[in-house]
Design a protein around this ligand. Structure first.
Ligand code: AMP
Ligand code: ZN
Ligand code: ZN
Length: 442
């Protein structure tokens, strides 16, 4: 049993190109041992076999607060953090799912990569609204995602869900043939479907890694949604949310165990897109009582709201919004605080109001007073709010053990991934690999 554990751990710890097995520098990644019988040729001479090159696996656990690691339900993630590199990461503004997932794989802030919100409009597409179901490349083409860069460099990629990974990147849509988009996608990808279980997601990744070396992906993404869903429904402190956290932890454990069983070394980069703040029905502001719906269209509402004034009503909207309001602050997009790095993109509506997010929880900007108020958690607040902090754990042969990093911006993750893949540093990105230089083993 002990020997099996050591072998499994050592296989995860090894890096470099395919090379003969050398006595293990023991990894602190302590995956439970796979049954030896399950590993081909493992019975007596596993040490004679060559070890595959490490795969880079980017895992996102949507809405995972870094302090969930301290609630006693994350044995696998906590072990990976303790034996690898960890940090509490600052998301980009707005602290929403699509903008931040696109930042993580491009290295640009949302204002520059064009996915400025989960829901948005563009003057070039009058009457159209981008939602999380939109896969028309028009919306996504501004910044190149990492899997496209990798594929162009000959690195096979595979995505087990990631916002934008189903988009024919760089292509254009012929409205007459919306299912025949031509563009670049990961070599393997899946159409997003919440009903696909965590187990199926992990097993799909492991199946890809069972392929012969020539077709085995070297960059993989994996996405889990249940922690965000529970966080919205019950709030971050609720035991049902912690139960979702425990499920995600077990899924990461399944991945680590599966990799060990395959003898596949991996550099795991496990992140979330943002945290989540507690909210309550008594902390709500009905924005239709501040701006008349006949004066502006509300494009988004929630922890922040955006307003597109009706032609000729800009001054009235400015008058209503740009004065002090309890529990929220409003700006013209051009006047947003520079630290948000937001408001320069044409897709950002003319006015933005941000609700307060403090120790007592967050306020919600609801479209109307009668808007449903069933949720107990929300995100989209100031990206520097402690409640919005995101998870970062890196573990594998490329990383030093037991290193805690100071908070960094999530624009730095794509440059790190480029390093792991051996890609050149991207030009003009909003982040760089500086936070990781002292913890990367070269
Ligand atoms: P948010 O509330 O901003 O955190 O958005 C989270 C929601 O995004 C989750 O309920 C997911 O089901 C959904 N989601 C995540 N990835 C995708 C995707 N690729 N396509 C459509 N919806 C997605
Ligand atoms: Zn999210
Ligand atoms: Zn969410």
């Amino acid at each position: 049993m002990m020997l099996r554990s050591l072998l499994a751990a050592a296989l995860l710890a090894l890096g470099g190109c395919a090379y003969p097995y050398t006595p293990p520098a023991l990894s602190p990644v302590t995956a439970p041992a796979p049954p030896l019988a399950a590993r081909e040729g493992a019975a007596t001479t596993p040490v004679q076999r060559s070890i595959p090159a490490p795969v880079t696996i980017l895992v996102s656990i949507d809405g995972f607060r870094p302090d969930y690691l301290e609630r006693g339900v994350t044995p696998r993630l906590s072990a990976l953090a303790a034996s690898g590199v960890s940090a509490s990461m600052r998301p980009s503004f707005p602290s929403k799912t699509f903008p931040n997932h696109w930042t993580l794989v491009t290295g640009f802030v949302p204002d520059r990569h064009g996915i400025v919100a989960n829901r948005m409009e563009d003057e070039a597409r009058p009457g159209e609204t981008f939602t999380m179901a939109t896969d028309d490349p028009f919306w996504w083409n501004v910044a190149e995602p990492l899997w496209v860069t990798a594929e162009r460099a000959g690195i096979p990629t595979a995505t087990m869900f990631w916002p934008g990974s189903n988009v024919a990147w760089g292509g254009t849509r012929d409205p007459a043939h919306p299912h025949a988009d031509v563009g670049a996608r990961p070599r393997d990808w899946q159409q997003y479907n919440e009903a696909v279980s965590d187990r199926q997601r992990v097993d799909a990744v492991l199946d890809w890694l069972r392929r012969p070396a020539a077709t085995r992906p070297r960059l993989v993404t994996l996405y889990f949604d249940e922690v965000d869903t529970a966080g919205h429904e019950y709030g971050p402190a609720d035991r049902r949310t912690l139960s979702a956290v425990a499920t995600a932890d077990a899924s990461v454990g399944r991945l680590v165990d599966g990799l060990a069983a395959l003898g596949q070394p991996a550099n795991l980069v496990i992140v979330s897109d943002h945290g989540i703040a507690p909210i309550a029905p008594e902390r709500r502001i009905a924005i239709d009582s501040i701006v008349a719906p006949t004066d502006a269209r509300v494009v988004e509402s929630g922890p922040y709201a955006t307003f597109a004034p009706v032609p000729g009503r800009d001054a009235a909207v400015a008058e209503a919004l740009l004065r002090p309001h309890p529990h929220m602050t409003c700006w013209r997009k051009e006047a947003l605080p520079p630290r948000f790095r937001y408001g320069g993109n044409a897709r950002v509506p003319a006015f933005l109001c941000l609700a307060e997010d403090g120790a007592a929880g967050g306020w919600i900007l609801a479209k109307t007073a009668t808007d449903e108020a069933t949720h107990r958690g929300a995100h989209g607040y100031d990206n520097d709010s402690p409640d919005m902090r995101a998870l970062f754990i890196a573990n594998g042969p490329a990383f030093a053990a037991g290193q805690r990093l100071p908070t960094f911006d999530n624009t730095d993750v794509a440059p790190l991934l480029r390093d792991l893949l051996g890609l050149p540093a991207g030009a003009g990105l909003d982040g760089d690999d500086a936070p990781f230089r002292r913890v990367l083993r070269r």
